[in-house]
Write a protein that binds this ligand. Structure first.
Ligand code: ADP
Length: 548
């Protein structure tokens, strides 16, 4: 017997219709590329998203046709999020920090037909447009009078002209909730990038789970600032979750420096922000240097790479902001786990609570996870056994778009597919996940694994250290030994020997790095994470100064 409830598809357009009807006057504030602040409401956004849909109809772009964006977090980008997906096309967010050749490769692979870009990225578009034959229309996200003359880009229009001619009346179409709504390429540190193709259903379910109290706890009382870019796994789903709950949205545009972000938080009364650790590092540096305090910020989600304990401490103890440490990846939409305490933890001493908060947290409802050994055997949830992390769920990838690499899932005993994340983790008896490494970053010394994250976190607790990356270098006896690459805080001093001594009593002797390499800055990848592949490349052939 089937249930007798309505079968209403979960569509991106339903989020917009909801926020327009119930929270139409909630604000959306964007810092524009031009530098000024733009303000309007969710109702205004919905009207213009309908104009986007009409413009795509007028162009004859088919269902599932791809519309790419090269854009910062801003209101026009948000309108594309809803107008493109809501009308049945696929929004393809490109990462502008990639090289123009890589972007062109991705555009061709995705067969994008329209490409919308912020003027900041005009040089990249000029460099690549000739090698993107599938793109029929280039849209500059600006007013008609700012359209660059003599750019050499064919079929170039300004966004305002493109949508301006369209009426705001449009009925969002109904279709199968499993249709594709968006795509995002992984950064492709090995080989070509791979495309994850999200569906309406996966995106709406993810937005719902992300908003829950034990996840991001979002509501109509929040002002949400996604510092994480809208080209980095859909800003972790925040443009969707914010609409679902009717939150105010604050979009930082291109101004990602600590001073601008801090000012935006203060002037717009931001209560909730999200970003990768490197972004917060700069903001905390700015606040410390200028003795600043937050007046409204209550929570921040930090993920994308391990959040150093020193950062969690600074936010909590110095600034009174709760840090929610989260784990996710492009293939998981991205949220898999988020760290909040359970009721039984509330009576624990602060130190023990702090130790739990360092972990990446518990699985959201919908995400199933397990850790397995090298033979595929499931490992215990004892907080000690570390193994390869596998996940599955309704917002976890099943196969890559044009999946040349075949099925990425591994069959388990019940023949149900699990996605191998490439991360190494422990899970404790309460279900708290702790990432110890990426499988390719693990350092194997004399057959034992050393967690590069642990070694980095100790370095980061030294007051003179701004950033630290631990990588393995060849050692004739041990196979590999850890070396810590360190960027010092401006004006701070610490020597190699002082830093190595700092490890005494904080790590087992055999885990202490063999050497320290000081650098001006640690190279960062397109999503703001430390590029360990580049560091390993730079340290190839590195001779350890003292054999252990
Ligand atoms: P990429 O880093 O390759 O661009 P993603 O943005 O999808 O791709 O990153 C996913 C990876 O980032 C995860 O597999 C994991 O290694 C790492 N990661 C994400 N969040 C955390 C976290 N909180 N702690 C440690 N590692 C994390």
């Amino acid at each position: 017997m089937q249930g007798l409830m309505q079968s209403v598809p979960l569509l991106i357009s339903s989020l917009l219709a909801h926020v327009e009807r119930h929270h139409g006057d909630a604000d959306i504030v964007s810092r524009r590329v031009e530098g000024d602040l733009h303000r309007y409401t969710w109702a205004d956004c919905a009207g213009r998203a309908r104009q986007v849909a009409r413009a795509l109809d007028a162009q004859g772009l088919p269902f599932s046709g791809r519309v790419a964006t090269l854009a910062w977090n801003g209101y026009r980008h948000l309108e594309l999020y809803y107008g493109v997906s809501g009308s049945g096309r696929v929004l393809h967010t490109l990462n502008p920090r990639l090289h123009a050749d890589q972007i062109a490769w991705i555009v061709n692979h995705a067969e994008d037909q329209v490409l919308c870009f912020d003027l900041t990225f005009l040089p990249a578009v000029q460099a690549m447009h000739a090698s993107c034959p599938t793109v029929e229309k280039w849209v500059a996200l600006c007013d008609a009078d700012r359209l660059p003359a003599g750019s050499g880009i064919p079929n170039l229009v300004s966004y305002e002209h493109w949508i301006g001619a369209q009426p705001g009346r449009y009925a969002w179409p109904d279709f199968d909730e499993n249709s594709a709504c968006g795509m995002c390429y992984t950064s492709g540190t090995t080989g070509h990038p791979k495309a994850v193709l999200y569906s309406h259903r996966s995106t709406v379910l993810h937005a719902c789970a992300a908003a829950l109290p034990d996840a991001m706890n979002l509501s109509a009382r929040d002002a949400v600032l996604p510092v994480v870019p809208m080209f980095h796994v859909n800003a972790w789903g925040l443009p969707y979750s914010a609409a679902m709950v009717g939150a105010k949205l604050v979009l930082p545009g291109a101004a990602m420096d600590g001073k601008s972000i801090f000012e935006l938080i203060e002037t717009e009364g931001v209560t909730f922000a999200a970003g990768v650790p490197t972004v917060w590092q700069t903001m905390l540096g700015h606040m410390q240097a200028n003795d600043l305090r937050f007046s409204t910020l209550g929570r921040t989600v930090i993920g994308g790479s391990a959040c150093p304990p020193a950062m969690i401490d600074a936010f909590r103890e110095r600034y009174g902001v709760e840090v929610l440490h989260a784990w996710g990846m492009t293939e998981v939409s991205p949220l898999g786990t988020l760290c909040t305490l359970k009721r039984k933890h509330l009576s624990l001493p602060r130190g023990e609570q702090a130790a739990i908060r360092l972990k990446q947290g518990r699985a959201l409802f919908g995400v199933d996870m397990k850790i397995v050994g090298s033979g595929g055997e499931e490992l215990p949830w004892d907080g000690k056994a570390a193994g390869n992390l596998l996940v599955k769920g309704p917002w976890v990838v099943k196969a890559y778009f044009k999946g040349e690499d075949g099925d990425p899932l591994v069959p388990d005993a019940q023949r149900r597919g699990w996605f191998p994340t490439g991360d190494v983790a422990t899970i404790d008896a309460d279900g708290y996940l702790q990432i110890t490494d990426r499988s390719k970053d693990v350092i194997k010394s004399g057959g034992e694994w050393i967690s590069s994250i642990d070694i980095e976190n100790i370095a980061l607790s030294h007051p003179a250290v701004a950033m630290a990356a631990c990588v393995g270098v060849f050692h004739p006896r041990w196979g590999e030994r850890p070396v810590i690459v360190v960027a010092r805080k401006p004006g701070s001093e610490v020597t190699r020997d002082e830093l190595l001594k700092f490890y005494d009593g904080k790590a087992a002797k055999w885990q202490i790095p063999d050497d320290v390499v000081f650098v001006e800055a640690i190279p960062l990848g397109p999503t703001g994470k430390m590029l360990k592949t580049t560091l390993r490349e730079q340290l190839r052939g590195y001779q350890l100064t003292e054999a252990r």
